[in-house]
Ligand binder design. Structure first.
Ligand SMILES: [Zn+2]
Length: 359
């Protein structure tokens, strides 16, 4: 019996390896999962010269977390060959009181991709890269449709049957593929826009004044909330109903709704699209309509939503964010890094026709 299942797993691993080699472009090592309940994220901390995992933040249910499957594969491998490297002491208490040894292994390098709460979303927790969760906690997360099939299969096999061979095979393949891409994402964010085509405008058919920014990325005093905080995107002028498109080939990760007591708040209706070959994702907020289901593959230029004025804002516009995702690490980047060529073109167009003088 055991032999049969082992042979089957080996067969799956071989097929997945072949499929990966044929289609390397379609995959990313990032695994996306949604929390079903509140989840406490742990951080590695030094207490009295001892490395300890302590709870740091609690994310609410329906938060999106990401982890790098290579990180996961390595941790599982160490549990077998040298468990002392991964079986860490942890405490349920932030002060480190009552620390005990974990029974299952811990996976670190977990990122918070999104939280359905404006204040938490703006907090520093999204900027951390070293959150840890026990494997048991990871098993309770909900797999998202936006993941690539081989990654989904590999994690499922590990979670359900403790079989990490497929995970290892997918992870090794991906390791080779994107060592180079990762360097580029970390060091030259503007360059990724040139691999396999440049970023196109996130809004389509918006007429004169298209790609006009009402508000830039950076620290600002919030026009409605009147608090100083990081504006994580760029606000593009767009009448309600303007087509919002995928900026590269990718996949719809999630259509989200931010509300409190039945009323739309914060980002209102918003959508996250992932672009595995780019190591990127884009977030579009304050939408009036979300057009595609979660997990739908999209082509560059395909309409994913219509812009609007839902949630908190001063009027209709598209709030557009660009995030890079590398080794499970998500960072928010200024969209101008990727869009500069678009703004330049619009500027020269306006100059040529002298349209800037008209109102
Ligand atoms: Zn905005």
């Amino acid at each position: 019996m055991k032999k049969t299942s082992l042979a089957l797993a080996a067969l799956i691993a071989t097929f997945a390896g072949a499929a990966l080699a044929d289609n390397v472009d379609a995959y990313s090592a990032t695994y996306y999962a949604e929390t079903q309940d509140q989840v406490r994220l742990f951080l590695k901390t030094e207490i009295n010269g001892k490395s300890l995992l302590v709870p740091k933040f609690t994310v609410p249910s329906e938060s999106i977390l990401s982890l790098d499957i290579r990180e996961m594969s390595e941790a599982i491998n160490y549990q077998k060959i040298s468990p002392e490297r991964v079986n860490q002491e942890y405490s349920e208490n932030e002060s480190g009181a009552g620390a005990r040894m974990s029974r299952g292994g811990w996976i670190c390098g977990i990122r918070v991709i999104d939280i359905l709460d404006e204040d938490l979303r703006e907090s520093e927790m999204l900027e951390r890269d070293d959150y840890c969760l026990s494997q048991t906690m990871i098993k309770n997360l909900k797999v998202m449709d936006g993941n690539s099939e081989p990654v989904k299969e590999a994690v499922k096999l590990q979670n359900e049957q403790q079989d990490d061979r497929l995970l290892k095979s997918v992870s090794n393949t991906l390791n080779r593929i994107d060592a180079d891409a990762q360097w580029r994402i970390d060091n030259m964010p503007h360059e990724i826009a040139d691999i396999g085509g440049r970023m196109i405008s996130p809004i389509k058919n918006c007429g004169n004044g298209c790609l006009k920014a009402n508000s830039e990325f950076g620290m600002r005093r919030h026009p409605v909330l009147r608090r100083t905080r990081l504006h994580k995107g760029i606000d593009l002028k767009a009448a309600t109903g303007t087509q919002v498109v995928a900026v590269y080939d990718g996949k719809v990760l999630a259509n989200r709704t931010e509300s409190r007591r039945g009323r739309l708040k914060g980002y209102g209706y918003y959508t996250i699209v992932v672009y595995p070959t780019k190591g990127m994702q884009t977030l579009y907020a304050h939408l009036s309509k979300q057009s595609l289901r979660n997990g739908t593959p999209v082509k560059q230029g395909q309409t994913v939503a219509l812009s609007g004025a839902t949630g908190i804002g001063t009027g209709p516009h598209l709030h557009f964010e660009t995030h890079t995702v590398s080794r499970g690490v998500m960072s928010v980047k200024n969209p101008r890094l990727f869009m500069s060529h678009l703004f330049a073109r619009v500027a020269s167009f306006f100059k040529f026709f002298d349209l800037t003088k008209s109102t």
